[in-house]
Design a protein around this ligand. Structure first.
Ligand SMILES: Cc1cc2nc3c(=O)[nH]c(=O)nc-3n(C[C@H](O)[C@H](O)[C@H](O)COP(=O)(O)OP(=O)(O)OC[C@H]3O[C@@H](n4cnc5c(N)ncnc54)[C@H](O)[C@@H]3O)c2cc1C
Length: 189
């Protein structure tokens, strides 16, 4: 029976399918010459995993990840914080692991994409060129959809906690001590 390392497996299956479908050439993995430039916008689960596995599939491809935050706080398992465990630090991750895979991580805001010139404008008035682009910025809110529900209200009074972090901790406090909405709906007769 033939045994494959993870890198070999990726190259022979998903990695090959993804990269060849994109038109990026695949070849000897030991080459240090850049075969193509991939930019990934967003370093959440989607973007980080994509960046890592492109590098595992072919280290000859230059992968640049653009992520605005220096740390990622995982939403999965953040529900457990509401009941007191685990500490939010256990859900907080930096990007050094991706750097070890050869991903160039830039902490900046992606501001505009020019699909004709194949460039991404980022904060600090820099522009980066790509051959292939992955856009993985997650979800965001339509703040005008609910009257008076603003980012400030979400941060201080009525946390949605859909992006794990300080709002998760605020929601935990409110659940522990009784939030205003519990008082509203469950006020004793
Ligand atoms: C409370 C909660 C619990 C969950 N539990 C689970 C679970 O148990 N299992 C599960 O599978 N899923 C769970 N999910 C869903 C899961 O969190 C999401 O499906 C996942 O995070 C989506 O990944 P993503 O990479 O698409 O987006 P995100 O994780 O939101 O990442 C997007 C990233 O892009 C960055 N970004 C956005 N715009 C820009 C920009 N312009 N420039 C630079 N960076 C930018 C953001 O800073 C962010 O880091 C949960 C979600 C919530 C809210």
């Amino acid at each position: 029976m033939t045994h494959y390392s993870r890198r070999e497996f990726l190259r022979k299956t998903g990695g090959i399918a993804l990269l060849s479908a994109w038109g990026l050439p695949l070849g000897a993995t030991t080459s240090t010459k850049t075969k193509g430039r991939v930019i990934v916008i967003g370093g959440g689960y989607g973007g980080a995993i994509t960046a890592k596995y492109i590098r595992l599939a072919d280290p000859g491809i230059q992968v640049t990840l653009i992520e605005r935050d220096k740390h990622f706080i995982s939403c999965p398992l953040s529900n457990e914080i509401l009941s007191g465990e685990p500490d939010i630090k256990s859900l907080t991750f930096g990007y050094d692991g991706l750097r070890q895979h050869g991903v160039q991580v830039i902490h900046a805001e992606a501001q505009a994409i020019d699909p004709v010139k194949k460039t991404v404008a980022i904060s600090d008035q820099k522009t980066l060129a790509y051959d292939k682009l992955v856009v993985s910025p997650g979800v965001d809110f339509q703040w005008d959809a609910i009257e008076n529900y603003t980012p400030e209200v979400a941060d201080t009074q009525m946390p949605h906690a859909w992006q794990a972090g300080p709002q998760t901790l605020l929601l935990r406090q409110q659940l522990k001590h009784g939030g205003w909405w519990f008082g509203m709906y469950y006020s004793p007769a």
